[in-house]
Design a protein around this ligand. Structure first.
Ligand code: ADE
Length: 247
């Protein structure tokens, strides 16, 4: 899959592709990327990419012409042009899964008060918001989208890890621990040291359910968890942190 960024700040985007799992995905040719500097497509002496809004008002607007030229320069069959904006549809796991089947995503990164509407009308396929808050940088929002999408591609992360996610009924993750067994007086729940795989799986499931009920009741409502399961797990694991389990 290819990610093509159109941005006024290429140096903000490039380092992301040079580290960690993403760098490995690129090395293994699972992911390709290109970063296009919109400013290179401005034609005046000062390479102007923004201007005051028609009708007045606060701030500056990204001009249409440099963006149009930049988009035309990378136009290819089978692209999906994505523009992150707080005015977009909420980006969630389903949207990430949908985008992960595309051949190429073009991420159009806005700055200032926004982008001339005519660019959006002509070129943009989907506007996505990464959350109900306002970022100063479309680059950060674009990277959030890319990060959620590329990890779903075949071979990028261990298959088991995605499988576990997809079996979690949309619940939050269970807590994780690694060595040492005791850190500053805090012990790892003993069930995790027990070697009883079924007990461990059950305890983790209960942790997921309990966390989701408390932190994200909206997600819990939409989960596939039945009242019966909650009652059975609560009776067994409720009110414990696992330290009295599995011995
Ligand atoms: N640009 C600024 N804020 C944003 C948000 N919440 N989502 C997507 N793009 C944005």
């Amino acid at each position: 899959m290819k990610f093509t960024f159109l941005t006024l700040f290429p140096d903000l985007v490039r380092p992301y592709f040079q580290e960690s799992i993403m760098a490995k995905a690129i090395e293994r040719e699972l992911v390709e990327y290109e970063v296009i500097d919109i400013r290179a497509f401005a034609t005046d002496r000062h390479r102007t990419c923004d201007d005051a809004p028609y009708g007045g008002g606060y701030g500056m607007v990204m001009k249409a012409e440099p963006i149009a030229r930049a988009l035309e320069s990378v136009a290819r069959q089978g692209q999906r042009v994505v523009m992150p904006t707080p005015a977009g549809r909420l980006f969630d796991q389903t949207a990430a899964e949908d985008l992960s089947s595309q051949k190429e995503l073009v991420l159009l990164c806005g700055r200032y008060e926004g982008i001339d509407q005519r660019i959006i009308d002509r070129y943009v396929d989907v506007q996505l918001s990464v959350g109900d808050y306002v970022l100063s940088s479309g680059e950060i929002a674009s990277l959030v989208i890319v990060d959620a999408v590329y990890r779903l591609l075949d071979g990028v992360i261990r298959a088991g890890s995605l499988e576990e996610e997809s079996h979690s009924d949309g619940l939050l993750e269970y807590p994780h621990y690694t060595r040492p067994e005791v850190f500053e007086g805090m012990a790892v729940p003993s069930v995790l040291l027990s070697g009883h795989h079924r007990e461990i799986a059950e305890w983790r499931r209960w942790q997921q359910i309990e966390r989701t009920i408390h932190v994200r009741p909206d997600l819990f409502e939409r989960s596939g968890v039945t009242e019966d399961e909650v009652e059975i797990l609560r009776a067994k694991h409720g009110g414990t942190d696992g330290s009295d389990q599995g011995n």
